[in-house]
Design a protein around this ligand. Structure first.
Ligand code: ADP
Ligand code: MG
Length: 400
């Protein structure tokens, strides 16, 4: 994959960087700036090399219309604080104002364009429309840097077409992500443990399928554990269940056995009366969920303490760990214990520990862990999962 080195002298060159600045916002305030910090590495390097840096990104799903609540303006300010020099902002991504702002840049200055998805061409199904948008975006630039790992699995104008419009390379973030994800798919150091959780088993089947032959142990928690328990014939009361996936879970339980992969499911579960932060709850054995004092109304919202301990031991003894998906509804403090224990165990891994997935990354930060306590925190949830499913990612293909 081509990287920044192959661009040669950058002083005075105008470089457009496709970042992923899709940060969570609440009433116009950024609630987690992890993605901005991740994007800052490439942008500061380009700035320091004297390039004129144009940054572009999407934010949320405005659906091809200008919607002020999805403006990137608040991101420009925070970006400037993070890189320690001002980041100018222009309230469109293409057009006269954008052209003028780009041409007004001096060496080492940074400009952020407005949300790409305010323009319907960005995500158009029509390739010529996407090409036209990419041509506009790159009109006054010399090079393209793809650094939004969160979007490399998308065929969108600012990804595939933009990369074809000018000489293009991977930014530091994309290069680092690919480097780590390759370590998880090719010759990972053993013992190799994969921990999966989160809400839906159907989202994670592809990963289970691709990684099952590569791992020593597969640990399952989160909402998806209930479909596995159901596949073993246990009742899960009112817990999250994807009935149509029961046969698939049965298939993976069997394949794990054939491959000699240890598949760890919780031995105990925290069952709540209802889905609420203050809900009454109790810990029961994983095969006795329907026998909690809440009966058929009981909802499993976290793995139990014994399971958390067992999972943590398994994780901390590994040389390679990939974790995707919270162990419980960590957003509610009463049901965050399992996720906290698993995160804690990852910080003790002596080899490579990787956290992937938007909610998982948010969970470790919300629980007070620091990014540098982990080997790597992947910024692109969907993209990292697709990579680990063995899929071809269009935004990486164009850079090879
Ligand atoms: P990621 O974004 O890291 O890939 P997911 O999107 O798959 O993770 O899942 C995250 C969500 O899963 C969280 O919002 C969490 O509340 C939810 N979750 C975890 N355990 C349960 C559970 N037992 N029941 C319902 N939801 C759960
Ligand atoms: Mg998610």
């Amino acid at each position: 994959m081509r990287t920044l080195e192959s661009l040669g002298e950058l002083a005075g060159k105008t470089v457009i960087v496709r970042s992923d600045l899709n940060v969570p916002l609440k009433d116009g305030v950024i609630t987690d700036d992890g993605r901005i910090r991740a994007a800052a590495v490439t942008v500061s390097e380009l700035r320091d090399k004297g390039a004129r840096v144009v940054v572009c990104s999407h934010l949320g799903r405005p659906g091809g219309e200008v919607k002020p609540e999805f403006s990137l303006r608040p991101v420009a300010e925070r970006f400037g604080e993070i890189i320690g020099s001002p980041v100018a902002f222009v309230s469109e991504s293409v057009g006269e104002a954008a052209d003028q702002a780009i041409q007004a840049l001096n060496n080492g200055e940074v400009l952020l364009l407005e949300n790409l998805r305010f323009n319907p061409q960005e995500t158009s199904k029509d390739e010529t429309e996407r090409q036209a948008f990419a041509a506009e975006l790159s009109k006054h630039t010399d090079f393209v840097v793809l650094d939004g790992f969160g979007v490399v699995h998308r065929s969108q104008a600012s990804v595939t077409e933009l990369a074809k419009a000018r000489p293009s390379v991977a930014g530091r973030l994309v290069a680092a992500e690919v480097d780590v994800l390759e370590k998880l798919t090719v010759d990972a150091e053993k013992p190799y443990v994969v921990v999966l959780g989160g809400s839906k088993v159907s989202d994670k089947l592809g990963v289970i399928d691709h990684l099952l032959e590569r791992v020593d142990k597969l640990v399952i928690g989160g909402g998806m554990l209930f479909t596995f328990l159901a596949a073993q014939g246990h009742s899960v009361a009112s817990s999250l269940l994807e009935s149509d996936q029961i046969p698939n879970c049965q298939k993976y339980l069997e394949r794990a056995k054939e491959l000699g992969v240890e598949l760890l499911l919780p031995v105990d579960v925290v069952v709540a009366e209802k889905f609420a932060p203050d809900a009454a709850h109790e810990t029961v054995a994983a095969d006795k969920i329907a026998e909690s004092r809440f009966g058929e109304a009981g909802i499993g919202l976290d793995i139990g303490p014994e399971s958390a301990k067992k999972f943590a031991e398994t994780i901390s003894g590994a040389k390679t760990v990939f974790w995707n998906g919270p162990m419980g509804v960590f957003e509610m403090p009463a049901f965050a214990h399992g996720t906290r224990e698993v995160a804690e165990a990852l910080t003790r891994v002596s080899g490579l520990s990787v956290v992937g997935g938007g909610d998982s990354a948010a969970a470790v930060r919300q629980l007070g862990f620091k990014d540098d306590q982990f080997g790597h925190i992947s910024t692109g949830g969907g993209a990292s999962l697709e990579f680990l499913e063995g899929k071809t990612l269009p935004g990486l293909e164009v850079l090879r």
